[in-house]
Structure formats: C-alpha cells, structure tokens
Design a protein around this ligand. Structure first.
Ligand SMILES: Nc1ncnc2c1ncn2[C@@H]1O[C@H](COP(=O)(O)OP(=O)(O)O)[C@@H](O)[C@H]1O
Ligand SMILES: [Mg+2]
Length: 442
C-alpha cells in the first residue's frame, strides 16, 4: 500500500483514544477507486495485529427490500460460534438481534413485547450495544464496515447510538463510504454523521488523489520493478491519482504490449505514444470522470445519450436576457443542448425556443478542443475539489469574542497583540520605540 500516511496515523490515533476509553468512529470517504476499501482493510489488519477484535462487514447495492442491518449482521455473523461464556449475550439480547437479522443463526424470535415502534427500536439498539460491550470486555473491539453508501438508515443510526452508548468501552468503528453520503444534507447518514460530529466522536477522512511519487510507487509495485518517469507520469495523468484507474491504465498498456523492460526499469515503447490516444484509453478517462458523478446523475446521463450524442433539455429557466445583445428570454424558454464529439473536438449546440420573445429557435454553437496538456479537460483547465471535508450546512464560525485563535500569530512571533494588528502606525520606524516600551512593560 502506498501513501495514506496521514490517514493511517489518524486511524491509529483514534484507536489509541478508543482503547483508553473514548469510543469513536472514523469515516473514510472518497470517489470510487480512491482506495477506501484498501485503507479499511489495511487498518483492520493492523488493528487486529495490535490486539483488537476486528469484525468486518459491508453493505451491498441490493435496492429496496434488502436486509436493513446487513453490514452489522455480516460483522457479527463470524462471532457467534466462537463466543466464550463471558462474552455471550443473554438469550433475550440474542433473540432481539436475531429478529432483526443480526443474531446467531437458528435463534427463536423473542417474546413479543407490547412496545411502541420507538421502544422496539431502542430495545434492538440496546441488544446490539450489549453484545458489543461484551465483545469489548477484555480487548478493544473494532467494527470495520465498508460500502456504507449502500447501507439503509438503520445501521448508520445503530453506529451512532453504539458509539454514544458504549460509555468508556474500547470501541472503534471504521466506516467507508463514497463521498455522496456527505453531500446529502438529509437522511440517515447525515443525521448519524452530524450526531457523531456533535459528540466529537467522528473523524472524516477524505481520500484525495495520490501524489505523483505515490503513483510511481504504485506503478513499481504493480510491475514488480521501477518504472521510467515518463511511464509513471502517464499513469498519474491518465488516472488523475486515482489508484483504481492507475491500475486499469497499467493493465491496459500492459495488455496492449506497449511496455518494455530495459536498464532495470519498465518504460513505454517508443512507438507507443500514438497508441495512447486510442479509444480504449480515452474511454478509460471518460469512465473515470463518469464514476465520480452521483448515481442518479449517471443514470440520467445514460438515459440521455443516444448514438454518442448527448442531448440535454432544460425547461423552467428563469426569465433572463441574452448577454450578447440583450434580447430578453421569458420564463417559458426551453433550451435543448447537443454535445457532439468528433475525435478531439467537442461541439456544443444550444437551441433556445421562446414562444414569447423569439420568432424562431435561436441556435448557437461552440467548439471545444481537448487539452493535451495537464489534465485532458475539455472546458477549463481546473476542477473543483473538496479540500476541507465538512457537512454542507456546517458554517465554521465563532461567536463574537470567542475566537480562540486571535492571538495565535502574536504568540507565535512573541509580539504584543496590538503590534500585530496595529495598522499603519506599526509600519513606521517610530513605532519601534513604542514597541520597545510595550515589550518592556510586559
Ligand atoms: N494506497 C494504495 N496503494 C496501493 N494500491 C491501492 C491504494 N489504494 C487503493 N489501491 C488499489 O486500487 C484499487 C481500488 O481501491 P479500492 O480500495 O477498491 O477503492 P474504493 O474502495 O475507494 O473504491 C484496488 O486494487 C486497491 O488495491
Ligand atoms: Mg470499495
């Protein structure tokens, strides 16, 4: 495994905190292929070696009607047969879990209690807590749950409840999920994430792109020998630092026989350059981009594409005017856009129809040429990226007078706060006398 040193340190730190009585959770997010599963497995292995009992589970994209507690049920499935007496939950807890699909196989359903739904839910969550606390009795317990973007709300809620109710038991929950779980401001992941954040029990790790030197190491590990810088750069550029696409790119060039080994390193065959622009490579790049889109957007795109021609129809546009010559548009405007690709050229055709202001459809076309340099972008040579992971509706702020960082710089350089924030006066040589006086007084 290459890179991710910071992330591994954060997980190790969370584990240390959990072991000393502060149960917590770490959420690993990132686009598909960013290495969430890899990091989760690596961390789980490391923590098992460090003496933790690690239970792993994962959600599946089964759609409606899937078992609600699937990831937790999978995590617990392995433990039932090996439970020692001290760990075994009381029959009632086991039965309650079994009724929710998380219990030991073959356990009869619990006696029905006449509890309202919220009471039943609580009974279930407490049974889960009970089992986990027993498992965490004489060694730390780690739950590692992957692909949580597909989990139902229930396991998210259960995790938040568990971390809170675990008291000072040595419990760490590692979750991996695509970034989209952070994007939705409503629903279970958001509620559970927010609750854990509020309790200061959740760290969010967003896996970004691998740095070029890590791509180099990944390439070398994949090939079993160092790679020439040109090859590593190609893989880095094509994959944009996404480990999955880095491996796909490597597999693609290897399968097409574009690699040779010379002077102890793998390199691209000289004649390979032309081959690199072949459709397979381009498809890979486009696939990489599409992967980043949320599922609904991908489905909408797939539905819109016919014969390689992407058609987008937009209605309900706010009344506006055409910036070029001021012709107004009404709110009954409809715009149909066609995106047509010919080799490295992309044509964007916009057809605007407005029954109020336009006597005939207005058609506008623009051409884009793919950028060969840098990141092979069609439009702008930069992209938006999330640099600081936080919930959408989180606004970082301090109440007036409560910002603890105001004196940070003054303390760092050892100067009075007034001197640091003093404005024009502080820029004149005469200020030195005053400063000396202030420092002397201090
Ligand atoms: N840090 C890394 N070092 C080496 N290989 C990695 C790294 N991260 C991911 N990979 C590899 O990239 C591929 C995709 O990673 P994976 O963990 O499945 O991504 P995700 O779960 O985010 O979709 C896997 O083959 C994995 O082994
Ligand atoms: Mg994964």
């Amino acid at each position: 495994m290459v890179g991710r040193e910071h992330e591994r340190r954060v997980i190790a730190e969370a584990f240390r905190a959990a072991r000393s009585g502060r149960p917590s959770a770490v959420l690993i997010t990132g686009e598909p292929g960013a290495g969430k599963t890899r990091l989760l497995e690596d961390a789980a292995g490391g923590l098992a070696t460090a003496g933790a009992m690690v239970l792993t589970g994962y959600a599946l994209d089964l759609g409606e009607g899937a078992p609600l507690f699937l990831p937790l049920a999978r995590a617990l499935a392995g433990v039932w047969p090996g439970l020692r007496r001290a760990e075994a939950p009381p029959d009632d807890a086991a039965r309650v879990l079994a009724a929710a699909g998380m219990g030991p196989p073959g356990t009869p359903a619990p006696d029905l209690l006449a509890l309202p739904p919220a009471g039943e839910r609580l009974r279930l969550l407490d049974a889960l807590v009970d089992v986990c606390l027993r498992l965490a009795f004489d060694r730390p317990l780690v739950l590692a749950l992957d692909d949580m973007q597909w989990a139902a709300p229930e396991p998210w809620d259960a995790v938040a409840y568990l971390v809170r109710a675990a008291g000072s038991a040595p419990l760490l929950v590692l979750l991996a999920a695509r970034e989209e779980v952070l994007a939705s401001a409503t629903g279970a992941p958001a509620a559970a994430i927010e609750e854990l954040r509020r309790l200061r029990r959740l760290t969010i790790l967003t896996l970004g792109r691998l740095a070029l030197h890590d791509v180099e190491r990944l390439v070398a590990a994949w090939l079993g020998d160092p790679a020439a810088p040109e090859l590593a750069r190609l893989v880095g550029r094509r994959s944009e630092g996404n480990p999955f696409f880095a491996e796909e790119t490597l597999a693609d060039v290897a399968e097409r026989g574009l690699l040779i080994r010379s002077d102890g390193a793998w390199r691209l065959k000289p004649e390979a350059r032309a081959d690199l622009e072949r459709p397979a490579m381009i498809r890979l790049t486009v696939a990489r981009r599409l992967q980043r889109l949320p599922d609904p957007t991908r489905r909408a795109l797939a539905a819109a594409v016919r014969d390689d021609d992407l058609v987008v129809t937009t209605s309900h546009i706010k009344a506006e005017f055409l910036r070029r010559d001021g012709v107004p548009f009404s709110d009954r405007l409809t715009v149909v856009e066609h995106f047509l690709r010919h080799g490295n050229t992309l044509t964007h055709v916009m057809i605007a129809t407005d029954p109020v202001y336009l006597s005939e459809p207005m058609i506008n076309t623009e051409e884009f040429v793919v950028m060969d340099r840098s990141n092979t972008n069609w439009l702008y040579n930069c992209e938006t990226a999330e640099e600081i992971p936080r919930l959408k509706h989180d606004v970082p702020m301090f109440q007036p007078g409560q910002n603890p960082h105001l004196k940070e710089y003054a303390d760092e350089v050892g100067l009075p706060l007034d001197a640091v924030r003093g404005g024009a006066e502080t820029t004149y040589p005469e200020y030195r006398a005053k400063l000396r006086q202030m420092m002397g007084a201090k």
